[in-house]
Design a binder for this molecule. Structure first.
Ligand code: TEU
Length: 533
């Protein structure tokens, strides 16, 4: 991690980005589904929290076989969420509160209902045939190669009418676009411009490491011991269907486009790779992504040793000047207050402190600020295709997608409709924004104060990071910049950090704020502190 001078102007995306899963954030019209007007009505909460940017999950028209990640029109808004005019209002209202809006773009695949695919599958000689990946059956009539879908089974679906298979890295209702085709690249340039011209500050780009496939469609080799746990689950290494060098050319092209705007737009990539050097390669030579998701961090165990290892490996892998990304959750994985913390408020505070004081951009998922845990979705209620189609029926990713808990009332303050929401609400009596606002010791106030401290501290924003060895193995401690130390005790027993001094700027136990420490910092179980010398 390289220091940036404290006074240098910093891009807005060095701050905190907050992911809004739109269907579940705020419902303005009582249909049980979140929408743009709902989000607009809650911008004051996000401004109060102190976030710099809001990433909104896909708003484009979608038949929702994968909840918006199957896009039927890249330049429109699904009526269930609102209108283009609502987007303009969102951008303006966010800007008036000092916040940017990022949208979610899904270029690897469209919906089978997108007019491009409808044309493409209509005939072998259709002008759009080559916009998707079509191949003849293998000798014997089977799939053209052995690639498996991330959502179970073969990546190939036979189109009986035209007698060829098309590729789908996810559901068969999500055909992969052919990124070798220049017309596809041009079409996406136009999509970017359409939204950039409306004031969208950038994109979170879905599976941006997968778009360009091996042109010869070679079989993937079997997974072996050294491969990631996902590849071992799939039974094959993603050698020919991911991370093709041409992905970098596509991203470089987008970066040039993003920077052609006076107010350069930001590219955040969902680099869903478990190998950190591969992830790091997507920053390019400051000419690809501005920010790349750190999936290995997301999967780390919540122990001092494991966290130190992944953070050090991340910093070592990144090219000079690249800004790391830290997040504890998303709409694809169990929420960190459940996954890392089993709902324990002490652990939730410790995790929040970690996420907001590591060197880089922090990404919060809606509900993180109140320590919201996974919602009560049973396997038979699941709407996520991953839950419905797996070998064993499960709730899939839905527990991480339940409505935001704004208040204790019916419908959790998410909707005026009462308890009928598209997914069931969690325990909003035990955990909600309204109650936590007036509780000085709440996760919400800790989260807001951490964001505030971070914003006002050049050390925390851009200072170099160096781990401090601690005799207590459970204490994870590090220096940031000139005068800041962060120490977190990740264990059920008290522990101490030696040779440290300064004032507690912020403690996860708020009664310690302002305490003077000399030589030895005692920490209770799962307690953390930010110290200024
Ligand atoms: O996720 C990509 C991705 O790799 C995940 O689907 C991953 O394989 C899965 O979560 C493992 O459990 C993106 C989106 O974030 C996700 O919501 C979509 O379903 C997917 O792309 C397809 O568009």
């Amino acid at each position: 991690m390289h220091a940036m001078s404290a006074s240098a102007p910093r891009p807005w995306w060095y701050g905190v980005i907050y992911q809004v899963y739109l269907r579940s954030f705020a419902d303005s019209n009582g249909d049980g589904v979140g929408d743009l007007q709902g989000l607009i009505s809650r911008l004051d909460h996000l401004a109060w929290l102190g976030v710099d940017g809001v990433w909104v999950s896909p708003v484009m028209p979608s038949p929702n076989t994968d909840w918006g990640y199957d896009v039927a029109d890249y330049c429109a808004v699904d009526p269930v969420y609102g209108t283009l005019a609502d987007v303009d209002t969102l951008v303006a209202e966010a800007a008036s509160r000092g916040m940017r809006v990022l949208f979610d773009l899904v270029p690897n695949h469209s919906s089978e209902q997108h007019p491009w695919f409808v044309a493409s599958r209509s005939a072998r000689d259709d002008l759009k045939r080559d916009w998707y990946v079509w191949r003849d059956p293998a000798p014997g009539g089977g799939a053209p190669n052995n690639w498996v879908s991330s959502f179970f089974g073969s990546s190939w679906e036979l189109d009986k009418r035209t007698g060829q298979f098309y590729l789908h890295s996810f559901l068969e209702s999500q055909p992969d676009l052919n990124w070798w085709n220049e017309e596809v690249r041009v079409a996406f340039d136009e999509v970017f411009r359409f939204w950039f011209d409306r004031g969208i500050a950038g994109f979170r780009i879905d599976v941006c490491h997968k778009m360009v496939k091996d042109p010869d469609l070679r079989d993937n080799p079997p997974a072996t011991e050294g491969d990631s746990f996902i590849e071992r689950a799939w039974g094959q290494r993603e050698q020919h269907n991911a991370n093709h060098p041409q992905n970098h050319s596509v991203i470089r092209r987008w970066r040039r486009l993003a920077e052609s705007y006076g107010d350069p737009r930001t590219l955040v990539g969902e680099t869903y790779v478990l190998d950190l050097p591969t992830m790091a390669s997507y920053y390019g030579d400051e000419d690809e992504l501005n920010l790349a998701f750190n999936i290995p961090f997301l999967y780390t165990a919540f122990t001092a040793g494991a966290i130190r290892e992944v953070v050090e490996a991340t910093l070592a892998a990144l090219p000079r000047g690249a800004r790391p990304v830290w997040n504890g959750g998303s709409h694809d994985i169990s929420r960190f207050p459940s996954r890392w913390c089993s709902g324990d408020p002490r652990k939730i505070g410790a995790a929040m402190m970690l996420l907001l004081t590591l060197p880089g951009t922090s990404l919060l998922y809606y509900g993180d600020e109140i320590g919201m845990t996974d919602g009560p979705v049973s396997p038979d209620q699941a709407l996520d295709p991953l839950g419905r189609r797996g070998p064993v029926r499960s709730a899939g990713r839905d527990p991480a997608r339940t409505p935001m808990q704004w208040s204790a009332g019916p419908g959790a303050g998410f909707t005026s409709r009462g308890p009928t929401t598209w997914l069931p609400c969690g325990d909003a009596v035990a955990c909600n924004v309204e109650a936590q606002r007036s509780d000085a010791g709440s996760p919400l106030n800790l989260c807001r104060d951490l964001i505030g401290v971070r914003r006002d501290s050049p050390d925390l924003l851009v200072g170099e990071m160096r781990f401090v060895d601690s005799p207590a193995a459970s204490v994870l401690a590090w220096r940031r910049g000139e005068r800041t130390t962060v120490a977190i005790n990740l264990s059920d027993s008290p522990a101490a950090l030696q040779d440290v001094g300064g004032r507690v700027r912020l403690g996860t136990r708020r009664e310690r704020d302002g305490e003077w420490v000399e030589g030895r910092l005692e920490l209770g179980p799962w307690e953390g502190a930010v110290l200024y010398e």
